[in-house]
Design a protein around this ligand. Structure first.
Ligand code: ZN
Ligand code: ZN
Length: 169
C-alpha cells in the first residue's frame, strides 16, 4: 500500500489523484484474520502542507461470535482521512521537522498507508460480533452450542416444585 507522490507534490494545491484499490492484506496484522482483499477508492489531494489522503474501503475478517464463540465472517467498511506531510522540503531537499504522531511522506516521496489502514480496521471492528442476531450462545454448564439444539442442563434446572406438579398430572 505504498504510493509514490513525487508528481503530486509538485502540483498546485488542490490537485488530486484517484486510485482504485484492490489489494491482498492477509499479512497486515498477526491478530487479524483477513479473508477478503481490501477494496475501495482512494483520493489524494495536494494541500498547502502535504497530501490529504481520503478513502472508503471494505474488507472482511474472520472473528469469533461473542456468544457462541463460533467463527464468523464480518464485513468491515471504513473511511480514512489523514494528512501526510513530507519529510523533505520539495524545493530545497532539506529535512523538515516533525512530531512522532504525524503520518509522513518519506524521503523517497512514498506514502505508506499500511499503518493507517491497520489502525482503521481495528477501530471499525464491532465490539461484540455475533454470528446471527438471535444467537443463543452456549450453555455455561456443559458448553453445548445452543444454536445446535438444547442440552440436558435446562431440564435438570427445572424448579423441583414444578417437577412435583408435573408428576401429579
Ligand atoms: Zn453465535
Ligand atoms: Zn448444558
Amino acid at each position: 500500500m505504498r504510493f509514490n507522490v513525487a508528481q503530486l507534490l509538485k502540483r498546485a494545491t488542490g490537485s488530486s489523484r484517484r486510485y482504485q484499490m484492490r489489494e491482498g492484506v492477509e499479512d497486515l496484522d498477526l491478530e487479524l484474520v483477513i479473508r477478503e482483499p481490501l477494496v475501495g477508492q482512494i483520493e489524494m489531494v495536494r494541500t498547502v502542507d502535504g497530501i490529504l489522503v481520503r478513502g472508503e474501503l471494505t474488507t472482511a475478517l474472520e472473528l469469533r461470535c461473542d456468544r457462541c464463540l463460533e467463527p464468523l465472517i464480518q464485513e468491515v467498511e471504513f473511511k480514512i482521512e489523514e494528512e501526510f506531510r513530507p519529510a523533505l522540503d520539495m524545493s530545497t531537499g532539506a529535512q523538515l521537522p516533525y512530531d512522532e504522531e504525524e503520518m509522513r511522506i518519506d524521503e523517497h516521496h512514498i506514502i505508506d498507508l499500511t499503518e493507517l489502514i491497520r489502525q482503521s480496521i481495528f477501530l471499525a471492528l464491532p465490539m461484540h460480533p455475533v454470528c446471527r442476531l438471535n444467537c443463543f450462545g452456549f450453555c455455561d454448564r456443559c458448553g453445548q452450542n445452543l444454536n445446535e439444539g438444547a442440552c440436558d442442563c435446562s431440564e435438570s434446572m427445572v424448579d423441583p416444585r414444578l417437577e412435583i406438579l408435573r408428576k401429579l398430572k
